[in-house]
Design a protein around this ligand. Structure first.
Ligand SMILES: *[C@@H]1O[C@H](CO)[C@@H](O)[C@H](O)[C@H]1NC(C)=O
Ligand SMILES: *[C@@H]1O[C@H](CO)[C@@H](O)[C@H](O)[C@H]1NC(C)=O
Ligand SMILES: *[C@@H]1O[C@H](CO)[C@@H](O)[C@H](O)[C@H]1NC(C)=O
Length: 134
């Protein structure tokens, strides 16, 4: 008797796409004082992660603005131009400077991965490598 209504899901998906295209289309704005998304320190160039394992993402908390509009962070994995739809970490404080993330076991191995740290906006890590478990 239930008919599946996909409309809310489509809406969420479109909102999500819009959000990411805005983030990637415009260079990160530094004109808005309270916007703070710190630079990712690790992973970085030369880092190799293994799918299914847990690692610590760290970022630079040395210059927070006086007032942080969005103190809650989220971390996504991005391969090439494709940011994954589910965060690998969320609900942590940006001020902490680190969060532990587990690489999903079903990722595609490659040397074109980044993590994207979101606060008010997004800041990308350098490109690093993910390999599959042996
Ligand atoms: C992103 O990181 C850079 C340093 O790599 C920093 O200058 C910039 O302010 C950060 N972006 C935001 C929105 O805080
Ligand atoms: C991340 O994991 C390491 C090792 O288990 C632990 O020492 C550290 O406290 C964890 N960090 C966070 C932010 O949970
Ligand atoms: C990997 O698994 C997650 C969780 O089960 C799922 O949401 C995601 O779509 C999968 N990704 C791929 C590339 O299969």
């Amino acid at each position: 008797m239930f008919s599946f209504n996909a409309q809310p899901l489509v809406f969420v998906f479109l909102t999500f796409l819009t959000f990411f295209s805005l983030v990637s289309a415009s260079p990160i704005s530094v004109t808005q004082r309270d916007v703070w998304t710190p630079a990712v320190i690790t992973p970085t160039t030369g880092t190799t992660w293994t799918a299914g394992k847990t690692y610590t993402v760290t970022w630079d908390t040395s210059s927070p603005p006086a007032q942080i509009t969005n103190p809650n962070g989220q971390i996504y994995l991005r391969q090439g131009d494709a940011t994954q739809s589910s965060p690998i970490a969320q609900g942590f404080a940006l001020s902490a400077g680190e969060a532990n993330v587990t690489v999903p076991a079903n990722v595609t191995a490659g040397d074109d991965w980044r993590v994207v740290l979101f606060g008010d906006s997004g800041n990308w890590s350098n490109v690093f490598t993910i390999v599959l478990a042996a």
